[in-house]
Design a protein around this ligand. Structure first.
Ligand SMILES: Cc1ncc(COP(=O)(O)O)c(C=O)c1O
Length: 414
């Protein structure tokens, strides 16, 4: 069970008193992350591959971080983890290599619910190789796509299916394991964007059965750094766009130039923080090994957040003139994370966020780069949506303050 008052002691930024509901755009950073980054920069700041102490220590830290992230994602081996500037860069990078193997007439399937980082790389690949793009639409009432809608777009010429695990715009959790199966039945690869699910629940690449999965550490309490997992045989076989002196084996061939080692140290700190959560939530006897501890942590986080999600839904749903874009059916709450986007009749999303800011509440407005979502529901030209997102350091009292503030703004009170 998550104790929010205890976990909050690990986040120095929370002492500012700000109500952080901008979490979907980036969470606050755990103390373990700060310690690791500072420790790295002070104690072993060096480039890789050198014959001296700091370089050896730096390389050892990167190996440790890779193994930790492999456990976080359920990867079979650490070499399946590549680091990069952010998820978008990694997706663009690997898409170029996948595109080399495409022929004119092949098809790529993308969804209208995805962040553009899992859309544009594939649109560009299709443009470069003369492939067709097939779009999976979503139901605007619930902002969810169905497996039937996916099946309709997948066919014998499909070479890649790109899906998001959870929508950063509407909070919808998508059936990615089934999507991977459908892709494979058609002989296609499956790329999963796990950026938005990462802070909210366990990820298991083996259980999903996808071929690639990407996420970003700044969304799960770490620093700004992207992470790519790929099936080892694919990482080995695909030709990477790389410089000649860089290693030819994964992960080296996928990591372009000098890495942000301090950020990699920070990712290690983020996983160490989650290990601490796991150990405080699950009795030692119940879990052994880092993977099991991390799974226990993320399961406890998901359970705690379910209560927050219901409170957000209940609080927001009853505000006159407010429309939530996404799942609100109490029976379907397990199909969403506590990320809520809404519009308020007659109010511009930016103005609402400015009003929230006056009350010490950080929230986002716009399309959040989920361009197809706001276009599909007809909000792209009117400022998009307001988005508020909770994570496991959010408290029930903060949600009460948020919903009271939105209610006040809706009523036109200053
Ligand atoms: C669902 C989703 N995918 C991809 C991205 C892009 O991640 P990055 O900023 O690491 O490129 C984001 C960022 O907001 C996101 O929310």
């Amino acid at each position: 069970m998550i104790d929010p008052s205890l976990v909050r002691t690990h986040f120095p930024a929370l002492a500012s008193g700000t109500l952080f509901f901008d979490n979907p755009a980036g969470t606050q950073v755990a103390r373990e992350v700060l310690d690791r980054m500072r420790g790295y920069l002070v104690g072993s700041n060096a480039n890789h591959g050198g014959a001296f102490r700091a370089s050896r220590e730096s390389d050892a830290m990167v190996r440790e971080a890779r193994a930790a992230v492999a456990d976080f994602l359920g990867a079979g081996r650490p070499e399946e983890i590549s680091f990069g500037q952010n998820m978008t860069s990694l997706a663009l990078h690997v898409s170029r290599s996948i595109a080399r193997e495409l022929s004119p007439g092949d098809e790529i399937v993308v969804t209208r619910l995805d962040h553009d980082a899992n859309v544009s790389p594939w649109l560009l690949a299709a443009r470069d190789r003369g492939c067709a793009v097939r779009w999976v639409d979503f139901d605007p009432a619930e902002c969810a796509w169905s497996l039937d809608a996916l099946r309709e777009q997948v066919g014998p010429r499909t070479k890649l299916v790109a899906v998001g695990y959870a929508s950063n715009a509407t909070g919808t959790i998508n059936p990615v394991a089934e999507a991977a199966r459908i892709a494979h039945e058609a002989g296609a690869l499956c790329f999963v964007d796990a950026v938005h699910i990462a802070p909210h629940g366990p990820i298991d690449v083996a259980a999903i059965g996808c071929d690639f999965l990407a996420c970003s550490a700044y969304k799960f309490f770490g620093p700004h750094l992207g992470i790519l997992w790929g099936r080892h045989e694919l990482l080995e076989r695909l030709s990477a766009y790389k410089v000649r002196p860089a290693g030819d084996a994964p992960p080296d061939k996928w990591e372009t130039g000098t890495q942000s080692f301090e950020s990699i140290a920070g990712v290690l700190g983020a996983v160490e923080y989650l290990e601490w959560v796991g150990r405080t939530c699950a009795p030692a006897a119940a879990v052994s090994g880092r993977r099991a501890v991390l799974r226990a942590a993320m399961t406890a986080i998901r359970e705690y957040e379910a209560g927050l999600s219901r409170a957000m839904r209940d609080g927001l749903c009853t505000i006159p003139g407010l429309k939530i874009w996404g799942i609100t059916d109490p029976a379907r709450m397990a199909h969403r994370v506590p990320t809520y986007s809404f519009t308020l009749e007659g109010r511009h999303p930016r103005k609402i966020c400015e009003e929230l800011d006056k009350r010490g509440i950080a929230a986002w407005d716009g399309n959040f780069y989920a361009l197809e979502v706001t276009t599909r529901v007809g909000l792209e030209r009117s400022g998009g949506m307001v988005r508020v997102g909770a994570v496991h350091y959010t408290t029930a009292a903060e949600i009460d303050r948020l919903t009271a503030a939105v209610r006040e703004i809706a009523a036109g009170r200053p």
